[in-house]
Design a protein around this ligand. Structure first.
Ligand code: VGL
Ligand code: ZN
Length: 205
């Protein structure tokens, strides 16, 4: 079975959200279309407590976008986002929620971030996604969502390490580019780790 994994398509990452991903809303239509022909659909949700350590608001002398040390790991400081139970943490309302079979929440532990849908950033704890996919018989996955160079990239790299043949649907991904080339570097990293990168069809040709 082939699963479509929708990464963090949540209100706070859409335009006007506190951690807006440019054009983030454009992945919704792609997701709805891909879901129609998927065998199985999983959505991940960034799901932070209000005191999450990745928030600049929880650190002293750390500004949004700075890198700092969080419990031994280098961490980017983010604006408050995707706080459990808030509207900002909900999946985008225009997503066809009826087609989602399983939801995985991550980033719940205050002292470590979790970009990947499989493990936290220190690979200390599994989210249960791998066990779940195996239990329902998923052997191949396609990944899309937000943001390309954070949660999409780390989910794809973990999936490949777990030996899932993995496709990245680039048309359904958008990134932040906090530093120029971050998105291109992430695509190159996923490709060289063995992901099959599906480029958007270019209608201008
Ligand atoms: C994400 C930054 C912080 C993401 C989540 O979904 O890519 N990025 N938390
Ligand atoms: Zn987050």
């Amino acid at each position: 079975m082939h699963a479509l994994i929708l990464i963090d398509i949540q209100n706070d990452f859409l335009p006007n959200g506190p951690l807006a991903v440019p054009e983030g809303d454009q992945v919704i239509a792609v997701a709805n279309q891909e879901m129609q022909r998927a065998d199985y659909v999983v959505a991940t949700q960034d799901w932070h407590p209000a005191n999450h350590g990745s928030f600049a608001s929880q650190q002293q002398d750390v500004e949004i976008g700075d890198q700092f040390q969080l419990d031994g790991l280098t961490q980017v400081a983010w604006p408050d986002h995707c706080i459990q139970g808030t509207r900002g943490a909900e999946l985008a309302a225009d997503l066809n929620l009826d087609r989602i079979d399983h939801i995985v929440q991550k980033g719940t532990c205050p002292n470590i971030d979790s970009y990947s849908g499989f493990y936290d950033n220190g690979q200390r704890q599994a989210t249960g996604l791998d066990d779940h996919l195996r239990s329902v018989g998923v052997r191949h996955i396609s990944v899309m969502g937000l943001a390309t160079e954070y949660c999409v990239k780390f989910s794809v790299l973990d999936a490949l390490r777990l030996e899932y043949p993995t496709r990245v649907l680039l048309d359904g991904c958008r990134g932040i580019n906090l530093f120029p080339n971050d998105i291109d570097d992430a695509i190159a990293a996923m490709r060289s780790a063995g992901a099959e990168i599906i480029e958007p069809y270019d209608f201008s040709i």
